[in-house]
Write a protein that binds this ligand. Structure first.
Ligand code: BGC
Length: 754
């Protein structure tokens, strides 16, 4: 058996250290880790020495498994590459049985028996689907986000997967771009916290455990800023903006120990990300010290040809590997060209060695050389998927992710004895609710629909009158009549509206962010009945909701909330849970305002509606500058009051802590959670500074009538920015500090940094 040879290598690597290190005492922990590192290095050195050039190149090759009705398949050519040791990793394999079959070939039939990596897009859950990532971010609950990723890793790892292509940490400020659904929204600080939590959740503290998997920070970089919000489009931005807004979550992922990075599809300032040495080597490896490996996005090396950056595949391969790419996803370019490129002196042997070694290193850290089947266990797979406690966690996460956008006259929560008309194309849906990029999420009826959730909660459907009314996206109004009839018989109308799961996500850019099809027309008909109207939204991005905001009494943004979504929505509707989500991204009034985000700058002619002569000011003639719902916004069934914003001093030196305190009181009649948000403004800078920047937040639970002191501590490091000379430091001067319930509704104070 080939793998025996690897065991032998492992043993030889360990031997010199066995006598020199007493592993039993706690005092020797540092010595122990350094010995472990040495053992790893020795093993990798010996393995690399035994490998042929072809085998090293093989490690840099990643191909997708296909699926037929009965199970996984591998393209005939890939099977040949696999047997020849020319395939380092497979993705889209997602069953223990399938992984075992291919791992067996790698381990038993190749010359050296090097095990495969198995990658997959485990984005918001694996089998148990959590809310889409944008929804999870709306919870502002990092513990819960980490837990959701942990559960996803538990499930995925039981099916043989040991590498997820997540988290996506692209900051996105343009909701026309469908992939805003996959990230944490528009803000740098929130994006950084979410990136850390998700990496930690997937990878845990020990990669070699059977239930931890490699994470992958993607898409590096600035993929979330395509011109006009069109997916894959050009990105052009200053280095200052890149470093200020788009890079920090990637850096945070590196600091959290992320194992892999994925390049983006876009070009950045004229250079495609997969051929971008500035990004992949200068910043990622040299500045940040990243030690994992870089995989491309799907065929993105090949795509450097249509980008107009490479004349042919060979040149593309040369540019990618020399820029710092280690693994080629699906393009086959490294496989076909690296040997020739080396022979022609266009790529160094060292570069190929570095790429192969960084991949082998991750396999080592996963423990695959010790046990290539560590993640493959059909029994564990059976016992792990969709465990009741995972479903409970998904329900909890879903409840926390939903954002109450409007609630006039406290229409919500509903009392259980009200007769409701449940109307809309998504009211009985158990497919779309799973959302985009849903791994093994089941779209065949196992997810809880809103109807089912309410029915379960009420214990019967006798108070529900259902009518679909219309489809998500066509122009058929023939079922309006029946919906109006249902509304007329009810005390209150609950309409479940939104997008289909293909309308947000990859390659799903839209220029019109209204509810699609005839959903608005249906709302207008129902409105005529005069019945109190609740709208529940299921979607993957900010929509333009001016009309809905005008006519509805209550609006709940429920996103695509996953397997347990309908149950969570019912919990909120009937007050079993008090909404606590806050928007991680601004909702515009109309598409013309896009991009619109809270931490914009002032301009030289800031518009002030209270001034009399308002002609030559920065504004639109036809719409207010303000968004419909600002960043950080979200209501609760209770009310919170902020008082006494106090700083411990007025002036601070650069090495002093700045302590900021506020009193939060629950002044309403429900217990509930509030996300207390801290923003700062640097009033004058050697480069201009935004009007507000989030610098901290805390999610606080208060019983009705309770108060609590909430405090934040920041220092000059938190005030640093990229100066005119690109040095990253704070500047002395005056600062405003804001604390409040959203980016627009805050108490204000100030301090001086000297
Ligand atoms: C997406 C990536 C994804 C990859 C593999 C690409 O189309 O951009 O986010 O990880 O496919 O499925």
């Amino acid at each position: 058996m080939k793998h025996k040879h690897l065991y032998l290598l492992l043993l030889i690597s360990i031997l010199p250290f066995l006598t020199s290190c007493d592993l039993s005492t706690g005092n020797n922990q540092t010595e122990f880790s350094s010995k472990k590192d040495q053992i790893r290095e020795t093993f990798l050195d010996s393995l690399m020495q035994e490998m042929t050039l072809e085998e090293k190149i093989g490690q840099t090759v990643l191909f997708s498994a296909g699926w037929n009705v009965t199970g996984p398949t591998l393209d005939e050519n890939y099977i040949i590459y696999l047997r020849d040791g020319m395939l380092g990793a497979i993705f889209n394999m997602h069953s223990a049985k399938g992984s075992k079959e291919f791992q067996k070939i790698a381990v038993e039939e190749t010359r050296l028996g090097i095990p495969l990596l198995f990658g997959y897009d485990v984005i918001h859950g694996h089998k148990t689907i959590f809310p889409i990532s944008l929804g999870e971010a709306a919870s502002w609950d990092m513990e819960m986000i980490e837990k959701a990723s942990r559960i996803a890793a538990e499930e995925a790892s039981s099916t043989g997967i040991n590498w997820t292509f997540a988290p996506m940490v692209d900051i996105a400020r343009d909701p026309r771009w469908g992939r805003v659904s996959e990230g944490a929204g528009e803000d740098v600080y929130l994006g950084v916290q979410v990136a850390k939590a998700r990496v930690q959740g997937f990878q845990g503290n020990d990669l070699s455990k059977y239930n931890t998997i490699l994470a992958c920070a993607k898409h590096y970089a600035a993929y979330g800023a395509p011109i006009a919000g069109r997916d894959y489009n050009t990105v052009d931005m200053s280095e200052r903006e890149l470093r200020t807004t788009y890079l920090p979550p990637f850096k945070a992922a590196v600091d959290a120990g992320v194992s892999t990075f994925m390049t983006a599809f876009n070009e950045l300032n004229g250079v495609p990300a997969s051929g971008n040495k500035f990004l992949l080597t200068d910043i990622l490896r040299e500045e940040w010290g990243f030690e994992g490996f870089v995989v491309t996005d799907y065929t993105s090396i090949n795509e450097m040809i249509p980008h107009g950056f490479s004349k042919d595949e060979k040149q593309a391969g040369e540019q990618a590997i020399n820029a710092g790419v280690d693994m080629d996803m699906q393009g086959g370019i490294f496989l076909r060209n690296l040997e020739t490129l080396l022979a022609e002196g266009k790529v160094s042997e060292k570069r190929i060695n570095d790429a192969a070694r960084s991949i082998l290193d991750m396999k080592y850290q996963l423990g695959l050389f010790e046990d290539p089947y560590r993640y493959i266990d059909t029994q564990r797979e059976k016992e792990t998927l969709s465990k009741p406690k995972y479903l409970e966690a998904a329900r909890d996460m879903a409840r926390k992710s939903m954002v109450l956008l409007k609630n006039d006259n406290q229409l919500l929560p509903l009392s259980k004895n009200k007769k409701i008309a449940l109307i809309g194309p998504l009211a009985k849906d158990d497919r779309e609710i799973i959302g985009s990029w849903a791994a093994q999420g089941d779209r065949t009826g196992t997810a809880i629909s809103v109807f089912e959730g309410i029915d379960d909660l009420l214990g019967s459907d006798k108070n529900i009158i259902y009518a679909k009314g219309c489809e998500i996206n066509d122009d058929d109004q023939s079922n309006f009549k029946q919906a109006v009839l249902a509304a007329k018989q009810a005390d209150v109308v609950v309409m479940v509206m939104g997008e289909s799961h293909q309308m947000s996500g990859e390659a799903a850019s839209r220029t019109n962010l209204d509810l699609p099809g005839v959903q608005k027309e249906l709302i207008a008909e129902i409105k005529k009945t005069g019945k109190p109207l609740v709208i529940i939204l299921m979607n993957g991005r900010p929509l333009t909701l001016e009309y809905e905001n005008k006519v509805a009494d209550a609006i709940l943004e429920a996103w695509w909330s996953g397997t347990m979504g309908g149950a969570a929505i019912a919990d909120l509707l009937y007050g079993e849970y008090n909404p606590s989500g806050k928007l991680p991204i601004t909702f515009p009034r109309n598409v013309g305002q896009i991009p619109i985000y809270y931490n914009a700058k002032n301009t030289g002619r800031p518009y002030n509606p209270v001034l009399p002569h308002n002609t030559y000011w920065s504004r639109y003639l036809d719409v207010d500058n303000s968004p419909l719902y600002p960043f950080g916004y979200g209501l609760s069934y209770t009310s919170f009051e902020y008082t006494d914003l106090i700083l411990n001093k007025q002036e601070y030196s650069f090495d002093e802590d700045i302590n900021i305190r506020v009193t939060l009181s629950n002044t309403g009649k429900y217990d509930g959670e509030e996300v207390v948000q801290l923003y700062v403004q640097d009033l004058v800078g050697n480069v201009t500074r935004p009007l507000k920047e989030l610098k901290g937040f805390e999610k606080v639970y208060l019983k009705s009538s309770e108060s609590q002191l909430v405090s934040f501590t920041i220092n000059s490091d938190d005030l640093a920015f990229y100066n005119l000379d690109m040095s990253f430091k704070a500047e002395a001067g005056e600062f405003k500090v804001f604390v409040g319930t959203n980016s627009d509704d805050v108490l204000e104070s100030k301090f001086i940094l000297k």
